[in-house]
Design a protein around this ligand. Structure first.
Ligand code: EPZ
Length: 430
């Protein structure tokens, strides 16, 4: 038993500080080995996934020094192997970025095929297509992606689907290739732009990140750099939704409001107030929610990683809302858990039809993956009575100090490891 115990009902009020973007950090950590000089990376979130990436860097022979909780120095000069096949690495998605960076620098890589959240089939055909186009041969052998090349040469690569992972992986492989690489139909997510900016800070020549054509001119080598990772758009969005569903008033600090526009716009539509500052957004919810429609799309559309959180809010809105998931086909697995709290949601294919209910009531529920787990916590905070959320290791993969940050806003939430701790929690919160 390791669960979040939650007593719902309290509006979240106060200020919360958002950490560095997990999905940018994963690409950046893998990219750090591209240089033989020391790169210092700040604002690295302290999460399971980022720690696995740093352990993998050490295993490869890179020098990794944690300067403080969120700053790391990495030097890739000592890398002496190009193979990674450990069990921790298989659990995380970002591990495949080592295929791009090792292939780019050493012209070969053997990386265990990535795991990550079970949110639908997650093929790697586009990554393979990109590496092939640069001149590498790629096989899948014993569950590993095996990439080899004599040399890598820039070319035009058209992605059949807009893929964050492929865009980052091809950038990592192409920055040291000879000539020009064009990634067409590239992903435009803020973390794609952040990885490009990081590579440029090391002397790479990546242009157009944030548009659908990225142009990379290969350079001979990359140099030392100091770089700070952007704030996490999804952590910020999750706190915005937590403020909304608890009818709270929260200032979400250290964010880039532009990255949150699609979330802000839905919150305004359902009747929340959202005030934007230079590097913060304030969400105030005092009125009943109105129903709306949401479709997940690649950036700048509404992020699939915020889909479960918006469904939690719409489950409490007046009338019927429709949410369409267009990125991952298996991303409504949490709906059964939400139903235990009293939600009235029917899923047909990639669409959720949500009949708003007046309130949720606490229950024992299980996190099926990272973002859905966070959304269920948010639902618990808005529920009457106690909610226990199980399998919280998923949530811990993407949210640093989640219960502590929520408690700082007045939520009654705590990690409990046994019945005794649960009883103590209940006595404490009344
Ligand atoms: C990244 O996954 C994120 N993960 C995901 O966040 C996020 O949900 C997703 O992008 C979409 O924004 C990381 O950055 C580590 P994709 P990724 O390649 O890169 C299809 C979280 O909770 N596709 O953009 O794996 C794929 O099936 C996680 O933090 C192919 O068909 O996603 C999907 O339908 C969950 N072939 C679509 O593209 C490929 O070779 C987008 O996937 C690759 C992808």
């Amino acid at each position: 038993m390791r669960e979040y115990a939650i007593k719902g009902g309290a509006p979240l009020v106060g200020e919360v500080e958002i950490g560095g973007a997990k999905n940018a950090a994963l690409g950046i950590l893998a990219g750090a080995l591209l240089s033989n000089e020391t790169v210092e990376i700040e604002n690295v979130p302290d999460l399971y996934d980022t720690n696995v990436m740093m352990d993998a860097l050490k295993e490869l022979g890179a020098y990794v020094e944690k300067v403080d909780r969120h700053t790391v120095r990495i030097n890739g000069a000592g890398v002496h192997k190009t193979e990674l096949d450990n069990d921790d690495l298989k659990k995380i998605r970002g591990s495949y970025y080592f295929a791009g960076s090792l292939l780019g620098k050493y012209k070969n890589a053997r990386i265990a095929l990535p795991g990550g959240c079970n949110i639908g089939s997650r093929p790697v055909d586009q990554h393979i297509k990109g590496f092939n186009a640069l001149g590498a041969s790629v096989q899948i052998e014993n569950g590993c992606l095996v990439c080899e090349a004599e040399s890598l040469t820039g070319t035009h690569i058209y992605l059949d689907v807009v893929s964050v992972g492929t865009t980052i992986n091809v950038m990592l492989a192409a920055v040291l290739a000879s000539g020009q690489t064009y990634i067409e139909n590239a992903a435009k997510e803020p973390h794609v732009v952040d990885v490009a900016n990081f590579l440029n800070s090391m002397g790479a020549h990546v242009r157009g990140a944030g548009t659908d054509v990225i142009r990379i001119t290969g350079v001979e080598s990359l140099h030392a750099a100091k770089y700070s990772i952007i704030p996490d758009q999804i952590e910020a969005g999750t706190f915005m939704l937590a403020a909304a569903v608890t009818k709270g008033d929260v200032l979400v600090k250290n964010v880039i409001p532009k990255h949150l526009e699609s979330i802000t716009s839905k919150l305004l539509e359902i009747g929340c107030e959202v005030e934007e500052f230079d590097d913060a957004v304030r969400v105030v919810a005092s009125k009943p929610f109105k129903h709306t429609q949401v479709k997940t799309l690649p950036y700048p559309g509404f992020p699939t990683d915020m889909q479960p959180q918006i469904v939690v809010a719409l489950g409490l809105a007046e009338g019927t809302s429709i949410v369409t998931e267009s990125i991952f086909e298996n991303r409504f697995r949490y709906v059964d858990e939400l139903t235990r709290l009293g939600a009235n949601i029917k899923v047909e294919g990639n669409t959720a039809i949500i009949e708003g209910v007046e309130k949720y009531r606490g229950a024992n529920i299980t996190a099926p993956d990272l973002r859905a787990g966070a959304a269920l916590v948010v639902a618990g905070l808005a529920s009457e009575g106690y909610t226990l959320v199980d399998d919280i290791h998923y949530v811990e993969r993407g949210y640093e100090d989640f219960p502590e940050k929520l408690a700082g806003l007045g939520a009654a939430i705590q990690v409990v490891n046994d019945e005794k701790e649960l009883t103590k929690f209940k006595l404490k919160v009344g």
